[in-house]
Design a protein around this ligand. Structure first.
Ligand SMILES: [Zn+2]
Length: 257
């Protein structure tokens, strides 16, 4: 039985792994992570905390209801957003940290996106593509079977948007579009000129998705150096995505984390 303490312990090790400098996913205060505790609340990284040195005090417990209600409240000032983030805290008595400005995105990923753990990073290899003139085209098709098994049949792509509330509203729209088109939430959300979000059922799945996206981005860069990517046909992508042996492989991988 998971307790808030066991969930935060798993979140701490996920965050430290994503922030390991050898991975090149995030430096300094970049990136953030979250985990669902129950139907009412989730843990999210505090603003400015470093991923590589994360411990339990790097996270704060936040109310889904308050964060999601603020998202529906229309335009807000920077001050209003800051107050809403502090007001949504459920551990204000024992923890003075301010939730990350990306808390709104995490709340959406953990509800509409059906994730249990979420990792947002700025991997150099992924951002090289996301910051290029070909960003949308480059992530518009799938290139190899393992990419599909781990990262899904399509990515949700969000054009560059001001981080915080405006970006969260765009991310919500991208997840809704993906649900309509594919009948399931995306495992990866790509934010142009910014970074990626991995939506996982476990910390292990978030790590696998992030690692596979980095590999995919490196392959994309190589493919553009060799005349451009040869994307797989839609039928081939759907075949891999629904093959019984690949479904089994995906389940084995997911259970590992
Ligand atoms: Zn970011």
């Amino acid at each position: 039985m998971e307790t808030p303490e066991s969930i935060v312990a798993r979140l701490v090790s996920l965050t430290a792994e994503l922030g390991d400098p050898r991975n090149d996913y995030a430096i300094l205060g970049e990136g953030n992570t979250s985990a669902r505790i129950d139907g009412e609340s989730f843990y999210v990284k505090a603003s400015g905390a470093e991923m590589r040195s994360a411990d339990a005090s790097s996270f704060t417990r936040v109310s889904f209801r308050k964060i999601l209600a603020f998202l529906d409240g229309g335009p807000a000032t920077d001050d209003g957003v800051g107050k809403a983030l502090l007001d949504a805290k459920l551990d204000a008595g024992s923890n003075s940290k301010k939730p990350s400005v990306e808390t709104f995105i995490h709340a959406i990923a953990l509800t509409l996106g059906r994730a249990a753990f979420v990792g947002h990073t700025h991997p150099v290899a992924v951002n090289a593509v996301l910051c290029s003139a070909k960003a949308r085209e480059a992530f518009g098709g799938r290139l190899f079977p393992d990419e599909i098994v781990v990262c899904g049949p399509a990515y949700a792509f969000v054009p560059y948007t001001d981080p915080g509330l405006p970006l969260a509203i765009k991310v919500r729209g991208a997840i809704e579009d993906h649900l309509r088109a594919h009948g399931e939430p995306p495992r990866v959300i790509l934010m142009q000129n910014h970074g990626m979000i991995a939506l996982g059922s476990s910390p292990g799945q978030v790590l696998m998705i992030t690692a596979m996206m980095v590999k995919t981005a490196r392959i994309i860069a190589g493919a553009y150096a060799m005349g451009g990517p040869a994307f797989l046909a839609v039928e081939s992508v759907n075949r891999i995505h629904t093959r019984p042996d690949e479904l089994h492989r995906r389940k084995v991988l997911a259970d590992k984390g």
